[in-house]
Design a protein around this ligand. Structure first.
Ligand code: ADP
Ligand code: ADP
Length: 231
């Protein structure tokens, strides 16, 4: 995913808020990068632009060879783009309490029209990759916090999106579980050639990134990370 000179302005005239100013960012398949910055710096706005939830005011974004935005022009079906190309992982797992683990993961492909059996097969494959297949028939309330988060990651990955946007995915977890989540995201990036962007404040995981975008007042600064081993 590649953005060039992306700007986002909320409001007009005297009330205008320039939330993003000429942001440039490139994340390659298989790469996991950190996005850090203080509250109000523009992280959510950038994540929403990357996730095709809001449109930038100006600038360009491409995904592989596909142009998504280009200076006010945008791809027609942002919803389809969001569904097929972007996986979201949030701070809280947000699992659906009355569906078992498999169906929580299979729901997105089912809603997209994949036959139930096939959707469940896809779900099981991901649950296996995340080492929670033994919980496939459990209900979310029966899982530990770490297991729930792995199921949420499986759900984010089930459509094999080329891009994963993770918003504070380790915030509620202890050090060991946070590292496990980072290890998993790195493995998944590698295995499925996914580009992963992790918004975080978490001091435990920041040293694991090889590359970091630091955002201040809507301007991003690319930095080399420590790239510390996480296992
Ligand atoms: P962060 O996620 O880093 O806290 P945000 O992207 O939420 O930062 O906000 C960046 C700036 O844009 C802030 O000044 C915020 O008040 C402003 N902002 C965010 N969303 C809106 C909106 N919908 N309307 C107007 N201003 C907004
Ligand atoms: P976050 O935890 O993502 O930083 P916030 O609490 O800053 O969220 O914002 C919650 C929601 O309100 C977001 O959708 C954000 O875009 C919107 N928002 C933030 N600042 C403003 C603002 N100044 N005016 C209008 N909406 C805003």
């Amino acid at each position: 995913i590649h953005i060039e000179n992306l700007s986002k302005c909320y409001g007009k005239g005297d009330n205008a808020v320039h939330a993003l100013k000429n942001v440039t960012m490139k994340v390659s398949p298989g790469e996991v990068v950190g996005l850090i910055g203080p509250s109000g710096s523009g992280k959510s706005t950038l994540l929403k632009c990357l996730g095709a939830i809001i449109e930038p005011t100006t600038g360009r974004m491409t995904l592989g060879n596909d142009v998504i935005y280009d200076d006010g022009w945008k791809v027609r079906d942002l919803r389809a783009l969001r569904r097929d190309k972007i996986g979201f992982v949030f701070q809280a797992p947000y699992l659906i309490p009355f569906l078992d683990v498999t169906d929580n993961v299979a729901l997105l492909p089912m809603l997209a029209g994949v036959p139930n059996t096939q959707a469940r097969e896809k779900a099981l494959e991901l649950l296996k990759a995340l080492d929670v297949q033994h919980r496939a028939r459990a209900m979310p309330s029966q899982l530990s916090g770490g297991e729930q988060q792995r199921v949420a990651i499986a759900r984010g990955l089930v459509n094999r999106p080329p891009v994963i946007l993770a918003d504070e995915p380790t915030a509620p977890l202890d050090s060991e579980r946070a590292m496990a989540v980072i290890r998993i995201l790195n493995n998944m990036a590698h295995k499925f050639e996914t580009a992963i962007i992790v918004v975080t404040h978490d001091e435990k995981i920041i040293p694991t990134f090889k590359r970091i975008y630091n955002i201040r007042d809507g301007v991003t600064y690319e930095e080399e990370g420590e790239g510390r081993a996480f296992d």
